[in-house]
Design a protein around this ligand. Structure first.
Ligand SMILES: N[C@@H](CCC(=O)N[C@@H](CS)C(=O)NCC(=O)O)C(=O)O
Length: 205
């Protein structure tokens, strides 16, 4: 089955690129230059009408949303490679944390950025909304810290593709200046995740 990843460096595509590198399956890469607006070319929009990376083409069928890609890669290739839990109760932690990262944590991060970043128009920004979003992110990081109590990774002792989904977002949060020192389990887990060679290959791609 031919797999093609459309990606941009340091974007939501990184978690999928990383997962593909962890799985060690053959895939082709197409770099999309977001600064040139290539994500709005008609050819790209025919693959993802949202005009965003990543896009994963699987046997000719385009898929958008990195969460869908991680789950699909996990259940299709990850179980037999020990990188995704088997179906049934064992999979609950993976699905729970993947959805939490994309829906709950990501929402607070987007709210924070859209009220602080210079990339958003000043007239649409609100300092009180930004402060609320900051508090929400800090609360969510403490919840993640609790989830990592007494376990090295989100699903237990072993690394899984669920870690790819959250670690890239938490690393991004840290780059925005959030202090992770109050969350020692998150700090240690992030160090374990970011030192994986597969992430290094995805970042260099
Ligand atoms: N929920 C989507 C988010 C994708 C997304 O926001 N991609 C950004 C890069 S991080 C993008 O392509 N932005 C280009 C644009 O909006 O023009 C996913 O997880 O796949």
């Amino acid at each position: 089955m031919r797999i093609v990843l459309y990606y941009a460096p340091m974007s939501s595509a990184t978690r999928v690129y990383w997962a593909l590198e962890e799985l060690g399956i053959p895939f082709e890469k197409v770099k999309v230059d977001l600064s040139k607006g290539e994500q709005r070319n008609p050819e790209f929009l025919s693959l993802n009408p949202n005009g965003k990376v990543p896009v994963l083409i699987v046997g000719g069928q385009p898929m958008f949303e990195s969460l869908a890609m991680l789950i699909w890669l996990g259940e299709t290739f990850g179980v037999e490679k020990g990188l995704f839990p088997a179906p049934g109760p064992a999979r609950i932690d993976a699905l729970k944390w993947l959805a939490w990262g994309q829906v709950t944590l990501n929402e607070a991060v987007f709210r924070f950025l859209s009220n602080t970043s210079e990339r958003w128009p000043a007239e649409l920004k609100n300092a009180k909304v930004a402060e609320r979003a900051r508090n929400d992110i800090e609360t969510l990081l403490r919840i993640l810290d609790g989830g990592l109590q007494s376990r090295d990774h989100l699903c237990g002792a072993d690394f899984t593709l669920a870690d790819c989904g959250i670690a890239t977002l938490v690393a991004f949060i840290a780059r925005q200046g959030f202090d992770l020192s109050q969350c020692p389990n998150v700090t240690a887990w992030l160090g374990r995740c970011t030192s994986r060679p597969a992430l290094g290959r995805a970042m260099a791609g």
